[in-house]
Design a protein around this ligand. Structure first.
Ligand code: FES
Ligand code: FES
Length: 152
């Protein structure tokens, strides 16, 4: 059985078992390794992708359920090697440490910038409740998000 997916605007075919987690298909078949399978239980956010513009843990989604949806991974957020506003702000604020959590953070914060242009510090922290970072105190991430919102 061949599954058809739309990933970063491209139509892709997968021969994976339909119950395979989407994150594994993205990484192993399509070589999109930004999303990270860390907890595989839906609580760390390292595997976050946008499914129909909504941040979604790709470790919990069987690939068959992703058919017919618009899937966007961190690789598909910028264009032509240009950083997005949130990527540039995270870099400028020196927010990234080991980097394991950041593809998921960027996906969640991209959604926040698009949907909550007036977000407060507390609202940013709430939006990140599903993204766990073991390295930072989150303050630089929140600062970077506020600065990205300020220049929108
Ligand atoms: S690996 Fe998916 S939420 Fe942690
Ligand atoms: S920067 Fe290391 S887990 Fe977030």
């Amino acid at each position: 059985m061949v599954l058809t997916l739309t990933v970063n605007g491209d139509h892709r075919a997968s021969v994976a078992d339909p119950v395979t987690p989407l994150v594994d298909v993205l990484r192993e078949e399509f070589h999109l390794t930004g999303a990270k399978p860390v907890c595989r239980e839906g609580f760390c956010g390292a595997c976050m992708v946008l499914v129909n513009d909504k941040p979604t843990p790709s470790c919990l989604m069987p690939v068959a359920l992703a058919q017919g949806s618009d899937i966007r991974t961190v690789e598909g957020l910028g264009s032509g090697g240009t950083l997005t506003a949130i990527q540039a702000a995270l870099e400028a604020c020196d927010a990234v440490q080991c980097g394991m959590c950041f593809p998921g953070m960027v996906v969640t914060l991209t959604h926040l910038l698009a949907t909550s242009p007036e977000a407060t510090r507390d609202e940013i922290r709430a939006a990140l409740s599903g993204n766990i970072c073991r390295c930072t105190g989150y303050e630089r991430i929140v600062d970077a998000t506020l600065s990205a919102l300020a220049v929108k």
